[in-house]
Ligand binder design. Structure first.
Ligand SMILES: Cc1cc2nc3c(=O)[nH]c(=O)nc-3n(C[C@H](O)[C@H](O)[C@H](O)COP(=O)(O)OP(=O)(O)OC[C@H]3O[C@@H](n4cnc5c(N)ncnc54)[C@H](O)[C@@H]3O)c2cc1C
Length: 390
């Protein structure tokens, strides 16, 4: 038997559920098909269990995409304030941690409950532990699953990216794009820790746990936040942010003393016979500076340095080149960069220009947010936008 729906949404994550709620509110009959046994698993683990559900300040510049303007329309129609209003309507306590990042006070489960309640109110049907076996398009979409066959006028793909496979991530969305002849921008793990080269691992690997603020740069992008040394490499917000831009084999540059000019302090230190690594230890963790000095400052600088040599050392402090051997991959990546190319989609409706009735929303699209609540905001906004048209 075939069950008929107005809208079938594949994936009960942030984007799929938001789309379901909005479509349901319009009186559309909506079915959400989820492969995992539970909905919103990524919401649950997000933000260290407290879900950084949005950011107070969101612009298109917080996103990476082949078409950086694509996200503007959806973001302007469902803003961070709209999601905050929803959070407040459900009485969920929240706080701003830093840089506009909003987190639940208690647990990300509260965001799942919010979505569940809104789905119920909008008469959305959800099936879990469901495998989609085939999708065909004739006059309408035909969706075959292990829990029955469905037909719908609109089909929404909201299956997310490739990160954290053990949370249920699949390449389903990209395979669907291929099936319908839609182009894909190469996918890569993003918001992900770097791994050391062999040489750097020998020097810095023993310093795991040390953290300090730094500016990390790749090309014309840079982020000034904490970096964290791990056993395997480098992590911390500044590193996660730059990882979304990094290209394999290229160096990233770390400014260890951003916005500080310590040449005068260096000169004074030298004039009073202090070791320069001791002077530096006033600004940076001592154990780190000892290792960094060993690797980055050649023997010839061991005696008293000229002013020119001091400047040379400072240049290295402000621009320490690191070539990571790679990243920790999809197992540790918060998101996937790249995805289904936006060029074949309307930025207003998120509908394919080529395949009528087919919508892609959320992380599966080539729209990747910075760290700080932007990825959820894209999921809410793109889900909301599509929900008005499905
Ligand atoms: C550890 C971690 C922490 C994060 N923290 C934050 C944060 O605090 N703030 C923030 O903004 N972003 C955060 N993110 C990113 C954020 O979780 C995602 O960008 C967001 O969840 C994307 O929403 P989505 O609905 O597009 O995809 P998802 O939330 O990934 O949902 C996709 C859904 O589709 C289902 N699915 C996949 N394949 C199939 C299939 N074949 N059939 C049926 N269902 C399928 C999946 O099981 C999943 O439920 C974090 C990510 C991780 C991994």
């Amino acid at each position: 038997m075939i069950s008929k729906k107005d809208v079938v949404i594949i994936g009960a994550g942030a984007a799929g559920l938001m789309c379901a709620i909005e479509a349901g509110k319009r009186g559309r009959s909506v079915l959400v098909i989820e492969r995992s046994e539970k909905i919103g698993k990524k919401i649950l683990i997000s933000g260290g269990g407290r879900c950084n559900f949005t950011n107070r300040s969101v612009t298109f510049q917080n996103f990476i995409s082949e078409n950086p303007h694509f996200c503007k329309s959806a973001l302007s129609r469902f803003t961070p304030q709209d999601f905050i209003t929803l959070v407040e309507k459900h009485g969920i306590p929240y706080h701003e941690k830093k840089l506009g990042q909003l987190f639940c006070d208690t647990s990300s489960t509260e965001i799942i409950h919010l979505l569940e309640k809104e789905c119920q109110a909008a008469h959305v049907e959800i099936i879990t532990s469901a495998d989609v076996l085939k999708i065909l398009k004739n006059n309408c979409f035909e969706i075959g699953t292990n829990q029955g066959n469905f037909e719908s006028q609109s089909l929404v793909i909201a299956t997310g990216g490739l990160s954290i496979p053990k949370m249920g991530a699949t390449a389903f969305g990209y395979e669907m794009a291929k099936q319908f002849g839609l182009p894909i921008v190469e996918c890569n793990p993003a918001l992900v820790p770097f791994t050391w080269s062999k040489k750097d691992a020998e020097t810095f690997g023993s310093l795991a746990g040390i953290s300090f603020p730094a500016r990390v740069r790749f090309g014309n992008q840079s982020f000034y936040e904490d970096i964290l040394i791990t056993h395997k490499g480098l992590s911390g917000p500044a590193i996660l942010q730059i990882s979304s831009y990094w290209q394999h084999g290229a160096p990233v540059y770390v400014d260890l003393l951003p916005e500080k000019n310590i040449l005068e302090t260096f000169i004074k230190g030298r004039n009073s016979g202090l070791e320069l690594s001791v002077v530096l230890a006033q600004y940076l963790p001592k154990r780190f500076i000892q290792k960094w000095w060993e690797q980055m400052v050649p023997e010839k600088f061991s005696g008293p340095c000229s002013d020119k040599e001091l400047k040379e050392i400072l240049d290295r402090i402000h621009s320490w080149p690191i070539i990571p051997s790679g990243t920790e991959g999809y197992d540790k990546a918060e998101v996937t960069s790249g995805g289904v190319h936006t060029t074949e989609f309307s930025s207003t409706t998120l509908e394919s220009k080529k395949v009528k009735g087919l919508f892609f929303i959320g992380e599966v699209m080539d729209v990747t947010g910075h760290l700080g609540g932007y990825n959820f905001q894209w999921a809410w906004s793109s889900g909301f936008a599509a929900g008005q048209f499905v």
